[in-house]
Write a protein that binds this ligand. Sequence first.
Ligand code: NDP
Ligand SMILES: N[C@@H](CC=O)C(=O)O
Ligand code: NA
Length: 351
Amino acid sequence: MTLNVAIVGAGLVGSAFIKQLAASKLDVAVVLIARSSKTIVSMDFSPLNLANVDFSAASEGGWTPAQIAEFLSKSPVPAVLVDNTSNEGLAQAYPEFLAKDISVVTPNKKAFSSTIELWNKLFDKSNKALVYHESTVGAGLPIISTLNDLIATGDRVHKIEGILSGTLSYIFNEFGSSDVAFSAVVKKAKELGYTEPDPREDLNGLDVARKVTILSRLAGNLVAGPTAFPVDSLIPKPLESVESVEDFMAELPKYDTDMAKLRDDAKAEGKCLRFVGKVDLTGTPSVKVGVEKYDLSHPFAALQGSDNVIAFTTERYPSPLIVQGAGAGDAVTAMGVLADLIKIVQRGGRK
Ligand SMILES: NC(=O)C1=CN([C@@H]2O[C@H](COP(=O)(O)OP(=O)(O)OC[C@H]3O[C@@H](n4cnc5c(N)ncnc54)[C@H](OP(=O)(O)O)[C@@H]3O)[C@@H](O)[C@H]2O)C=CC1
Ligand SMILES: N[C@@H](CC=O)C(=O)O
Ligand code: NA
């Protein structure tokens, strides 16, 4: 076996990742699979059987990030943490893994949009372990790799602009093109697996703000974090203090007419609504996230389903380089995570 892998998180993305990994026959041994309260582990590093992941047989009790890092540090071959959770604590612990030469692959945006101090630790040149996070922006679409390649080869980014949320793309595509209620489309986006575990993180703009923070930082503009620039929220004011997701979803239909008015006003102008993120580095750097109106002839108006579209305007690409396609969903997100793991295997698990 070339590498030992711990998979933390076996929800929508994690389960799809396990299926794709099993089918890929990649030369790795999965030695730990964890959910929040159950952990399956092979203490002697013999490979777990991915065709039969049975949490019912696992003993109760989740492992802490420190326990997982300690276990992987004993691996006789290079080890990789695949974090398929949206957990903040695990994200904050990546430096502990990197310090033990354990590589990290993840679709979890939390670490990369956290403090600059954490960002610097993740990308410290002295780390021997590797960090790949393609699915943190645009799911499996080649956005992080494209931006990294542009920069590594000496291009200069002028602007990055796009629709970066699969959930909000789906909502505005569906809601904008029919008379369906806003709350019904939000519910459907959740059922389709596009939303964050808590869909309010999509609706309040924070998920897009996290992605824009990551893109801005990779382009060299080290914004302090996702709350350091203007972000529009689609959460009705009276629902901001609602505690549970269930109560929030139950209350949302009361505000359908407000959202319908926004849509109908845009329609009356011959326009449509889109939720966009922008990084502009042409003068004083600026970053923003919010709802904008677009002419129906604009490429952003013609998206389908959960499509994302990202336009990079650079010195070499004054007519922007555009990446477009499904930007959320279990299979397309897992594909980005697996492609990252394959890169780590190809590099032998170390820099
Ligand atoms: N869904 C999508 O389209 C996309 C998702 N992502 C990202 O992928 C990640 C996963 O999303 P998704 O699969 O939809 O989320 P889910 O809620 O379906 O799954 C999350 C999984 O993480 C587990 N988990 C949470 N906390 C811990 C912990 N402390 N220790 C161990 N396991 C834990 C949960 O355990 P349990 O099963 O016990 O609840 C669950 O299995 C998120 O970071 C999301 O932002 C990125 C791009 C697109
Ligand atoms: N909730 C996110 C999932 C991918 O990052 C989205 O809708 O884009
Ligand atoms: Na991506």
